[in-house]
Design a protein. Structure first.
Length: 420
């Protein structure tokens, strides 16, 4: 019996692989749907990542004072990294602005520094680029914040600033060391008055990295973190599509002819599982090879990730096939497949990342077959999996697959002969 089982299983697997080779459009659809869905989600959530957009601002400094230069430095702070300020002559700046080479043009008027020290009105001219909608708002908001900050600074140390401005002349001896020390002490007293409101601030921000992402995920783009989800989604679509073959072959009478043979219909089922494993391994290998180039995944991580993803895909196929074998009609089998497929995709982190889910739903999703498989795959690609945990995961997945395959084999005998 075993001498017949092996060749029959290989023949069934070869037959299924040849059929898939001759129907590339179905395979393209199974792979294309996750790519389209994943691409739309990544674009909706900010694209592939990369450097944050920066507003390019031309600055015309007519005042050329300490405070005007301080304003330019504050706008182009490297800590904020949202504005790139470039100081130019006014004629050049306006000509290049008219050509649309910047997001905004800032003109600092003469007497700006004295006006700030003496708390007099001074108008900053900001010309924005009408061809851009978002970036010009960055320097506008930054100037509004600086104006607000200057107002409150004047409330705290404004009198002292006015006094210094009134005494300041071109003579280096106008401000003696004693006067500077006195001004510093008075400014310190002014800051101490508002210190309870500022130190510590009323609102504190604490950045916490969730345990599921870990430090290895911190520098990854959204697209790279979403890659395991898209791969598992593609494998689930392939598993559901391949599982439909059992009903298609039964309706065509192929399973009935196989069932009357010496080895029965079980080798046909085993061949389908083997063909599905080979097909999913090929798809996973292509996807992981692309990820190595696009997402800078270490090539040393690919073999284990390939083994796990193809193994998980084969088990998902066995799950889908078992479900379809239980159905009483082909239409019911299709409905059962969709009723299982799309909720698993939604809850299992394929369409909505676990990080965006509520805590209770995230816990449920990690117990789904695709959610659990995806978390292991993430660890293999980006994390540092422990050998013992990984071995237990393979053993657990193998046990689940064996149990499902046994159930499917028991059902296959009567199913192939047309039994309900």
């Amino acid at each position: 019996m075993s001498s017949v089982l092996g060749p029959m299983m290989l023949a069934a697997a070869r037959k299924d692989l040849v059929r898939r080779w001759r129907d590339p459009w179905a395979l393209a659809m199974w792979i294309g749907i996750p790519l389209v869905i994943g691409g739309l989600i990544v674009l909706a959530m900010g694209g592939r990542g990369g450097p944050a957009p920066r507003a390019h601002v031309f600055v015309v400094d007519r005042d050329d004072s300490f405070l005007s230069r301080l304003l330019v430095s504050a706008l182009s702070s490297e800590r904020a990294k949202v504005i790139e300020a470039e100081t130019l002559e006014e004629s050049v700046a306006r000509e290049r602005m008219d050509a649309g080479e910047a997001s905004a043009l800032l003109v600092i008027p003469e007497g700006f520094g004295e006006a700030v020290l003496e708390e007099r009105a001074s108008t900053l001219e900001l010309v924005t680029n009408p061809a851009q909608r978002i970036l010009p708002a960055i320097p506008r908001s930054a100037l509004e914040i600086l104006c607000e900050g200057t107002f409150y600074l004047q409330r705290v140390v404004g009198d002292e600033l006015k006094s210094i401005a009134a005494e300041f002349t071109d003579d280096d001896d106008a401000l003696t060391d004693l006067r500077i020390a006195e001004a510093s002490v008075r400014m310190r007293h002014g800051i101490e008055r508002v210190a309870p409101l500022l130190f510590p601030p009323a609102i504190t921000v604490e950045t916490v990295i969730p345990p599921e992402t870990g430090p290895a995920h911190g520098e990854r783009s959204l697209a790279s973190l979403y890659f395991p989800s898209m791969l598992l989604m593609a494998l689930m679509f392939i598993a559901e599509g391949l599982a439909d073959d059992v009903w298609r072959e039964r309706e065509l009478g192929a399973l009935r002819r196989i069932a009357v043979g010496p080895s029965g219909a079980v080798p046909a089922l085993l061949g389908k599982v083997l063909a599905g494993w080979v097909l999913m391994a090929a798809i996973s290998a292509i996807a992981l090879a692309i990820a190595v180039v696009v997402f800078d995944i270490a090539p040393a991580r690919v073999p284990l990730a390939l083994l796990w993803s193809s193994f998980a895909g084969a088990v998902l196929f066995t799950l889908m096939a078992t479900l379809k074998l239980i159905a009483s009609t082909q239409r019911a089998a299709g409905m059962l497949g969709n009723l299982l497929l799309f909720p698993l995709l939604m809850v299992g982190g394929s369409m909505i990342p676990f990080e965006a889910m509520p805590e209770w739903l995230r816990g449920v999703g990690r117990f789904t077959p695709n959610g659990w498989s995806m978390e292991i795959l993430k660890g293999l690609i980006y994390g540092d999996p422990r050998p013992l945990e990984l071995a237990l995961a393979f053993v657990g997945l193998g046990a689940i697959g064996t149990a499902l395959l046994a159930c499917a084999a028991l059902r296959m005998r009567s199913f192939a002969r047309g039994g309900a």
